[in-house]
Write a protein of this length. Structure first.
Lengths: 357, 336, 357, 336
């Protein structure tokens, strides 16, 4: 009786590719050559998309931009495991997975250029609007996952995104606990890029990882090398299988690194050292996967050049379309507040309309 | 009592306000399988005020969900459920415990339709008992309607009678925008009224003149309507004929009814339990002076809670607006 | 490299007395006979105090009352380990530890009878006012514990109280994480009485215990049989030693049972079975400790009778003092809002004063 | 510039509003070892607007604390620190992210002195940049001062110039009651002003007449004071002499200055960025009509943000009150 162990827990970390792109063959996911290459393509497309946004921002043609550089493996590894019927509840740093899901680049650009119309995603793309209050969207994912369960869905799941900083907010806790209790069809997908603006992860929490928190909610959790797209692929597959099978939620932590400033409004040189960035540059998810593909003879310079050209052309076309779009009318400020405009918005709309004339 | 209405038999019943909300909820859950009820103790226990009594037995635990003790989760998860096509009716156990949910309410619920350019409206209701009068511990008597009224994107409804309560909760559930539904707990069981057994709505955004008069307008809502009516009655014995308006919806406010009455009487007293500073009374006064100043025979008076914390029970009676304070304010408008 | 274990955790549960009062002698804390008996006395005093409040409430002489019946061991086991310089951040069900710390019974009664003056605790009693929004006070304890650390305190700690229901609130999470990061001198003392009004613990969370959450914040945690005053004593001592030594916060979960309604406004027969209550009645913390003391010849009927008389007399005297106290003036409503009354409270005070005349 | 004041050398410097707050913070931290600064990114980074720049270097990580990303924790832990004898100055990164802290603010910070019958006053400051004008992403432009003004137990201060900012932050830190200190981010760096290097306070609760006039009173605060002044200047060219009042403190409001001016001019326009419904403008209008109705020559006008979500940047300019809108409102009062 006296001292008993009431709970024991282990938290695992998965890695497949080392930083030079050498794989642990035993763990290699069963993917076709084309699928392997596709993971790489998605990442390169994300990076070009992201780089262009940073350029536009410097030129005053974009609003505040939060770069995903360094996190492409997380987002590509997840994206290819998603089904059309799945739902996303993105934070503000999910551009990669969003454009991989069929949201046109120009719409994501539009959001960050300051245009709500970017949020009107194409019909059939199950993606909530970008959520900026950190961690808050995890509850939407918990609720959506419960809704899918109540609807008797057998495949669809909801994916809630958040960062390491978000893991300190109360909503993170409430979302995981709620999903645990109701066995929501929810994957909690945490990109721990080790910084929350200027706060390093070790000051964010005294815990060694975010993944280990899963045990406090009665759900499985796992950490994965978030700069290793094959590991992310394998881990998300495992996690999604668990959720799709109706076993309740899953917490997946991708350990990655934010290569850029927090956003273009930030200056990371104030709080972190170049050394650290250099260290992580050597662990770049794209370089690593390219090395792997090349070593497997699945990739070469020619393919690289063609891919670069293809995504560059896409990006340019999207920017052109973006910039061709005239501003929304000022009356849009009041026109989406309610299904029907109450009298005071009718009055306020008249002012906006008058000023526009 | 049974009557025929549109070919349906109306077995109206004498109900309390709490029961009337319960009937409205049950009827809407019956009618629309997407309506869900969720919150703390709403299921097995039937709600701490029994407003959700019997719903779990009737509709099962998938439609009436006892949630963990977490207000942000209740509202936040309801957003996800609404996107998934449900119409969640959340209960917050007391208005004083809604603060942990304000991030979800202000940052998301109020904004989702707008943010998504109309793609994701959130047809949800957030019910909460509010106001004083039951001598409970701290935080159980709060009246924070002004916070919600100040937040664009929300509608705010406050019934004051059982029959309105049923019609308004029905309208709130059917509304495609989020509705904050505040229930005056002081009169949950204070009186009964004939309430139709049929489905019906009371339109959101329409006030009601509960007593016609010509000398002064008293504007109130929730439990304060009864206080206003007490004052009206006492005043009538002094030959002062007060018109009493029950706002019923705080936002959008029924400006026509309010202005019409103010123009008629020229004197206005607003009554609410919430603190005065930046409360609803200020908005009402500001609107009336802006749009009917020339009709005003006296400054608009506010009879409100004090700008203090709602006191513990032993001083509670001194906090709440009384008939006497309303009468005094009316007298001020007459003496001006 | 591939799959590595990044975290392993065990959560322990401590029990010393079995339900018949037989002790695991190896684990018995080193307490003198007088100290053993004192634990018992404290519990009996709490129970009389609590029973009287319930009686008063039924007679309309008390406001809403949340009974501590069944939780006396948690509160006594903790109380005797506290030092004068320690701080308490109580929830609404900590009457037992409060009256054991030198707050006169009549003050606790006064609070629940609806009189703020009850909160004006005697000078030198370091106890925050009762906090009703569940879990919120844990943050005050985290901050206080940090304050004590910043002040260079070597002994004083802050104790934050909460229930099982509170463990689902975001503030629970934020408090533990904050305290973990700053190594606050804080003991998180959770009385898991298995019910949060009508919600049983197994619907509160999918986790097996609250104690195991500690691992998600990088702090030690432990569960203890909360109906076993010797186990609570031993566990709180261990936990407090950890915190006092400057090792950071500690999470202690006392697994106990709420024998009464949630409060006098509640009717627990609506949601729980008599069987369950009967089960826990057999595990009553007071009966158990009495049996232990009797078996050790440290207690007898005579002592029991004397104790009953003593605490009954105290309770009655306190109630008398309580009821002799006239109401506070109505102007108290506005008089404690700010250090100096602003003009509008001056005006509002005049109204209250006029009405009082 | 150097001058002698009370025997101390005043090396006044041209500072921005952000720098002025920074100087006030540094000076108070120097003076009183109990003053702490805490919040997200306030330490190593010096705050996202650099308002706490250099403080960590100077006072160390025990007095300038980078907290985890958790607003409720920042405010809740500060309560504990205040009880432990510190005077915490919390930064909330943007007003749009204060909602998770509202439970701690409304349920505890505002009530602690009262609840403890004076035993535990909470001398703390909660700073937050507020308002529009910098074209940021969603939630970074909010003006939610009315929520705080409606909550008894809080004081709410909003500076509009560098020299006021330093004096007011100093007063806020020394105040024994909790002060919400809202900083108009639009003018953090918009202009510089001579700011004394000496310690000084600007009293909380005192408005300032920033431009005298006799025809109409324009009441504003924060970034809107500049808009009011632009309107005043343009109006003066039309021979309309506007008196501009900078409220500086929203609660408690300086009723004397407000009423005095309203009585003098008989015409009042209130300007704020926040939505109009139940905003501060309503309170001001309600107070003036209540206490100075007979002086009013026209209804009090409100020039506010729309009752909508603050738009994304591309429409931002249409949302914020402009000189033109203020002038139009003034014209309305003149034409009445
Ligand atoms: C509730 C809330 N508080 C503060 C902010 C301001 N803010 C934006 S991003 C950010 C850091 C987020 O860190 P993390 O969760 O690790 O995500 P990352 O930016 O690294 O992707 C902060 C503090 C916010 N958006 N929401
Ligand atoms: C934030 C908040 N939400 C809701 C309530 C209403 N309420 C009071 S006690 C309680 C249950 C608390 O359960 P638990 O934490 O287990 O403590 P116990 O009552 O069992 O001691 C609830 C829901 C509250 N006080 N605070
Ligand atoms: Mg991060
Ligand atoms: Mg409990």
């Amino acid at each position: 009786m006296p001292v008993t162990i009431i709970h024991e827990a282990k938290t695992e970390r998965l890695e497949i590719l080392d930083r030079s792109g050498k794989a642990d063959e035993a763990l290699l996911p069963k993917l076709s050559s084309e699928e392997m290459a596709n993971l790489y393509r998605l990442m390169v497309r994300m990076r070009r998309f992201d780089e262009k946004a940073l350029t536009l921002q410097r030129q005053g043609r974009m609003g505040t931009w939060g770069s995903i550089r360094g996190q492409e493996a997380c987002q590509a590894g997840l994206a290819v495991n998603l089904l059309k019927e799945d739902w996303l509840a993105p934070s503000f740093r999910e551009h990669g997975v969003m454009i991989s899901r069929g949201i046109p680049m120009r719409q994501v650009y539009a959001i960050w250029r300051g245009d709500e119309r970017g949020h009107l995603f194409p019909e059939g793309v199950n993606c909530l609007p970008v959520s900026i209050p950190v961690a808050s969207q995890l509850l939407h994912a918990a609720g959506l996952g419960l809704g899918l369960k109540l609807r008797g869905e057998k495949s669809a799941v909801a994916v809630g995104f958040a960062g390491d900083g978000a893991s300190s907010e109360g909503d993170f806790h409430e979302a995981l606990n709620f999903a645990g209790v109701f066995k929501s069809r929810t994957l909690f997908f945490i990109q721990n890029n080790q910084w929350a603006i200027s706060l390093p992860f070790k000051k964010q929490t005294a815990a060694e990882s975010i993944a280990q928190r899963a045990h406090g909610y009665g759900m499985p959790g796992m950490q994965v090398d978030g700069n290793d797209v094959l590991a992310v692929y394998a881990a998300t597959k495992k996690a999604l299988d668990h959720v799709r099978a109706g076993n309740g939620p899953y917490l997946l932590e991708c350990l990655t690194y934010r290569m850029e400033n927090h956003t273009t409004a930030d200056d990371a040189t104030r709080y972190r050292l170049a050394d650290e960035i250099a260290y992580w540059k050597e662990r770049d998810p794209i370089d690593r996967m390219r090395a792997f593909l090349v070593s497997k003879k699945l990739w070469n310079d020619q393919k690289e050049a063609a891919l670069f050209e293809e995504v560059s052309a896409e990006v340019e076309a999207e920017v052109k379309a973006l910039e061709a779009e005239p501003s929304a009318p000022a009356t849009d400020i009041v026109d989406f507040m309610y299904k029907e405009r109450p009298w005071f918005l009718e009055e306020q709309r008249a002012l906006l309309a008058k000023e526009a004339r | 009592m049974a009557a025929q209405r549109d070919g349906r038999t109306d077995k109206s019943e004498k109900l309390t306000l709490a029961q009337a909300v319960n009937h409205g909820l049950a009827q809407e859950m019956e009618r629309d399988p997407n309506v869900l009820v969720m919150g703390e103790d709403v299921g097995v226990d039937g709600g701490v005020f029994r407003v959700t009594e019997g719903l779990m037995e009737k509709f099962g635990p998938d439609r009436v969900m006892d949630t963990p003790l977490a207000e942000s989760a209740i509202v936040g998860a309801a957003i996800g459920l609404a996107v998934a096509g449900f119409r969640p009716v959340c209960e917050i156990q007391f208005t004083g415990f809604v603060y942990p949910a304000l991030n979800q309410l202000f940052a998301h619920v109020a904004r989702y339709r707008n943010r998504s350019r109309g793609r994701y409206p959130l047809p949800m209701v957030i019910r909460m008992p509010y106001g004083g009068g039951i001598h409970p511990p701290e935080h159980h008597s709060e009246s924070y309607e002004a916070l919600f009224a100040h937040t664009p994107g929300l509608k705010v409804v406050i019934p004051s009678t059982p029959s309105d309560a049923k019609g308004l909760i029905t309208a709130a559930i059917r509304d495609d925008d989020p509705v904050i539904f505040m229930e005056p707990k002081r009169i949950y069981r204070a009186f009964r009224e004939d309430v139709s057994s049929l489905e019906y709505t009371v339109p959101i955004g329409e006030a009601k003149i509960v007593s016609e008069g010509k000398d002064v307008t008293i504007i109130a809502y929730g439990a304060m309507v009864r206080v206003a009516l007490e004052a009206q009655e006492a005043l009538s014995r002094q030959n002062v004929l007060a018109e009493v308006i029950d706002l019923r919806t705080i936002n959008p406010m029924d400006i026509k009814t309010v202005l019409g009455s103010a123009e008629k009487t020229g004197r206005v007293v607003v009554v609410h339990e919430a603190p005065r500073n930046a409360g609803l009374g200020a908005e009402i006064a500001a609107l009336i002076q802006e749009r009917a100043m020339l009709s005003l025979l006296a400054p608009i008076q506010r009879v409100c809670g004090f700008d203090s914390v709602f006191p513990f029970p032993r001083l509670e009676e001194h906090y709440l607006p009384t008939k006497e304070r309303v009468m005094e304010a009316v007298q001020k408008t007459l003496d001006f």
